[in-house]
Write a new protein. Structure first.
Length: 170
């Protein structure tokens, strides 16, 4: 269906997941209980995690480490710029959310968490799109993957610090 729109196959898979998930079919009485019984959810999650691990391993095998190293400098500049831009843009939303939604977190923790959350990339989706379009070995593909990897690692470190700060205070 989405092939006529020149969209990568992963987009159709995401749309299919949204339709089959609780967002659409979850409103059909008995659908979730019959198709995805509670007892099978742990197995689904486990298979999903193992599949993601294998997929990321295969993506890592396709990337040329030398090309990755050559693009590290520009990737760091792009990553730092993107992180700063995204964080600054979300400061206003962070302040608004902090005062509208009580969370028990400090103002700094709320701003850091809300500022970081929108910037985390869907790394596996990006890798899948680049692989489907045969762009994994191109300069653009390697730069995009390295920027996304740097962003995600940086953001995960910030989120861990924020969550640890919240749990230490609580």
């Amino acid at each position: 269906m989405l092939c006529a729109c020149v969209e990568p196959p992963v987009i159709a898979e995401i749309v299919g997941g949204i339709i089959l998930g609780p967002s659409v079919m979850g409103y059909v009485p008995g659908f979730t209980d019959n198709i995805f019984p509670e007892a099978s959810m742990e197995v689904f999650y486990t298979f999903a995690e193992v599949g993601l691990i294998f997929f990321m391993f295969l993506i890592g095998m396709e990337v040329d480490p030398q090309l990755f190293k050559r693009k590290l400098g520009p990737s760091l500049v792009i990553s730092l710029t993107a992180m700063t831009f995204t964080f600054v843009l979300s400061l206003g939303a962070s302040t608004y959310i902090y005062y509208q939604v009580p969370s028990g977190a400090s103002y700094l923790e709320a701003i850091l968490f809300t500022g970081v959350a929108p910037a985390i990339t869907a790394f596996p989706v990006l890798a899948r799109i680049l692989a489907d379009q045969n762009l994994m070995q191109s300069r653009v593909g390697v730069t995009a993957l390295s920027v996304a990897a740097i962003d995600d690692v940086s953001y995960v470190c910030v989120v861990v610090c924020v969550v640890c700060g919240v749990s230490c205070v609580a």
